[in-house]
Design a protein around this ligand. Structure first.
Ligand code: ZN
Length: 249
């Protein structure tokens, strides 16, 4: 099988504005996420792209050479050009996998693909998160115990304004009492989408071995199973497969 080509897209803003975030992710969150994938999927070809690059680093050529796109954004969702969102959407419909992390729940591309509010409740209180595997046979849960915990995370709570997932892999419980659908799968066109909740910028979540395992598993799950090109065309098929007999009026 060909190596999986992964592009990790990072908004790359918090790291330059907050010393606290820069201390946790001195190389940028996107590079830490990419390093986790390289560690667990050594044959994958893993690159990065950021908001600040021309076309946010997501040119048509780059996307054509991407099997799975990972997305982390938060404070600059509005700065993502609609033309780039259109392009990413098209590639997902064709078959590219899309993994959206944490605050990417409000990214233009996530809302575009799901078509709902994607709103939720939240709280920053240094609380424990326990992620329960609710679908142990799912490939994204491979190698994960019945649950794993993150000692400090931001809380995201229900109701989460998403269409009912096609497959639910994780549900989170938080120390303060809320629960949240934290690992959700959808199919859109020929592409697969996975949303994974953890990853607030001030916590070392993307250094965590279980989080890295889940993201790597999701990359393998989301890789294209084939290509469906020309997804937005409705060709007029004037020549039928079989001859159509004239009907008496
Ligand atoms: Zn957050």
């Amino acid at each position: 099988m060909n190596p999986i080509r992964v592009t990790v897209w990072g908004e790359n803003v918090h790291e330059h504005k907050s010393p606290k975030v820069a201390a946790v992710y001195p190389d940028g969150m996107h590079n830490t996420i990419a390093a986790g994938i390289r560690e667990l999927l050594p044959t994958a070809e893993v690159g990065t792209a950021t908001l600040q690059e021309p076309e946010h680093g997501l040119t048509a050529e780059k996307l054509a050479a991407t099997d799975v796109l990972i997305w982390w954004g938060h404070m600059a969702h509005a700065e993502v050009a609609d033309a780039v969102v259109d392009r990413v959407q098209q590639r997902v419909l064709e078959g590219m996998g899309l993994i959206v992390l944490h605050s990417g729940h409000f990214a233009k591309i996530f809302k575009r693909m799901l078509g709902t509010s994607c709103a939720l409740t939240w709280r920053e209180a240094d609380e424990k998160e326990r992620l329960w595997v609710c679908n142990p046979g799912h490939p994204i849960a491979r190698g994960i115990d019945t649950y794993f915990e993150l000692e400090r995370e931001e809380m995201y709570g229900e109701p989460f304004g998403i269409p009912s997932p096609d497959e639910q892999v994780f549900i989170s419980w938080f120390e303060g009492g809320e629960v949240f659908r934290s690992g959700c799968c959808w199919h859109r066109g020929n592409g697969k989408i996975f949303y994974f909740r953890p990853g607030h910028e001030t916590y070392p979540t993307y250094h965590d071995k279980n989080v890295r395992r889940v993201i790597a598993n999701a990359v393998e799950w989301a890789r294209p199973q084939g290509q469906w090109t020309g997804v937005s065309h409705c060709p007029n098929v004037k020549t039928p497969v079989e001859p159509i007999k004239p009907k008496a009026r």
